[in-house]
Design a binder for this molecule. Structure first.
Ligand code: GDP
Ligand code: IMO
Ligand code: MG
Length: 426
């Protein structure tokens, strides 16, 4: 079998958690391949609303096994609190959650360093979630990080001390307050908790599943426009959020990739700093934020809102090899009389383009819009025939422009508020 990949095509928060939960019953395994507790993936069903950060979004499905892959940076303290928050649902987390021994550990000083580096950047700050993502990936690439498998080693405490001594030395130059004894105690108690879980060689596990003709869904975090290589650098996260990241973050060969589900909102949002060509700073943007309840699932920060941006979506589709598109939050536009679609960018020098310029941070991009009539009616029913005519026209316009079919339309946060236009999943 192949690995299908589901990932965000914008700046994150596209609704990945909801759709992974919808698709999970069709898969034997759901696997996170990058990112860490910077992610906030929301699931809603049966009156429950639950946000997951590091645990894959297949966890509520009894028959699905969930893997935290080697590409993830895992905070054991947040992991414990996530497991505790799941306790009331009586899930079999100890039998259907598996963690790669090669996943990188986030230690408390990573979070402190994140704070220190952001503070030092002043007005140029990235707008990080401050979960220690950048510093932990730095240590991984710098070949001095700690990995989940290290917790089983007898000299783990010494390894921890060696790494955190380096961090504490750097922190002396920054004005960050913390109680080191307390942080260490919290960390080591979370490590004991982590040891109770299945710590595995996940690359063997996943390849065995595939060779056994069973199916895997790789769950992306963040979005393609936050990718460390292809996003609006330096206003990005510190991992490869694109399809290729699923290969390195799980240990699967590129030839194993099957469907690539590219998920996007019917408009755009971004949280944190960095370029956002179609951002609306007016009442219309405020209305999107209100209708879409656009506040961060991890930090609670208001998300910046704007119209859909085709040049950047085309870019994401190209980099990821998207085979099917999934459109989220169509209902948020129900009351808008006009739907705007940015088809091209006008650059500083007056030229018009539909490709992303290298200099996107300092370039003053002016979006060029195509306008379509809104549907101005609530969406009821969950079959394609129930969708308003003008919404279907919007969908057709996007399909023609993007040259990839839209297989699913999401019309509300609940599992059930999902319109499938064609057979997706296995
Ligand atoms: P993720 O990070 O990609 O999993 O997305 P988030 O969970 O951070 O943000 C998506 C938000 O939109 C969550 O609050 C979801 O419950 C909500 N949501 C998902 N799909 C829809 C939809 O179709 N309509 C509306 N109104 N909300 C949705
Ligand atoms: P999910 O998986 C939206 C953003 C942050 C910041 C930048 C870097 O829920 O879609 P980091 O903490 O990684 O150093 O922050 O990336 N960011 C996200 N924005 N959704 C996310 O995850 C994000 N994870 C990080 O706001 O701008
Ligand atoms: Mg999110």
């Amino acid at each position: 079998m192949k690995v299908d990949v589901l990932l965000g095509l914008q700046w994150g928060d596209e609704g990945k958690g909801k759709i992974v939960d919808v698709l999970a019953p069709k898969y034997d395994v759901v696997a996170r391949f990058q990112g860490g507790p910077n992610a906030g993936h929301t699931l809603e069903f049966d009156g429950i609303k639950h946000v997951l950060h590091q645990i894959p979004s297949g966890i509520f499905r009894e028959k699905t096994r969930n893997i935290i892959g080697n590409g993830v940076v895992l905070d054991p303290i947040i992991f414990r609190s996530e497991i505790e928050k799941l306790a009331k649902y009586r899930l079999n987390v100890r039998s259907n959650l598996f963690i790669s021994k090669k996943a990188t550990l986030i230690v408390p000083t990573h979070r402190l360093l994140d704070q220190a580096y952001e503070k030092a950047k002043g007005d140029d700050k990235i707008g990080s979630t401050l979960k220690g993502i950048g510093p932990s990936y730095q240590d991984k690439i710098g070949r001095q990080g700690l990995r989940v498998g290290d917790v089983l080693s007898v000299n783990f405490d010494a390894k921890f001390k060696k790494l955190t001594d380096i961090h504490l030395e750097i922190l002396k130059k920054h004005d960050i307050e913390f109680n080191w004894n307390e942080l260490q105690a919290q960390f080591f108690s979370a490590i004991e908790f982590l040891k109770e879980f299945n710590l595995i060689d996940s690359e063997y596990f996943i390849n065995d599943v595939l060779n056994d003709n069973r199916s895997v869904l790789a769950e992306g975090a963040q979005g393609s426009l936050l990718d460390i290589d292809f996003g609006s650098y330096p206003f990005v996260t510190s991992s490869n959020t694109v399809t290729a990241g699923a290969c390195t973050g799980l240990g699967i060969a590129p030839s194993r990739i099957g469907e690539v589900y590219g998920i996007f909102k019917a408009y755009s949002t971004r949280v944190g700093s960095g370029p956002f060509p179609t951002e609306l700073m007016d009442a219309e943007g405020e209305r999107m934020r209100k209708e879409g309840n656009e506040f961060g699932s991890t930090t609670g920060r208001p998300r910046r809102c704007g119209w859909i941006d085709l040049p950047s979506l085309k870019y994401s589709i190209m980099i990821n090899g998207v085979t099917q598109l999934l459109m989220m939050k169509a209902d948020v536009l129900n009351s808008f009389p006009i739907i705007k679609v940015c088809t091209h960018y006008k650059l500083n020098d007056g030229s018009i383009t539909e490709t992303l310029p290298y200099e996107i941070v300092n370039e003053k991009i002016v979006p060029i819009y195509h306008e379509l009539p809104g549907w101005q009616t609530p969406i009821t029913g969950t079959s394609e025939a129930d969708l308003p005519h003008n919404l279907l026209s919007y969908i057709s316009f996007l399909e023609r422009s993007l040259n990839v079919p839209i297989s699913l339309i999401s019309i509300g946060p609940d599992r059930s508020q999902t319109v499938l236009r064609s057979k997706i999943g296995v």
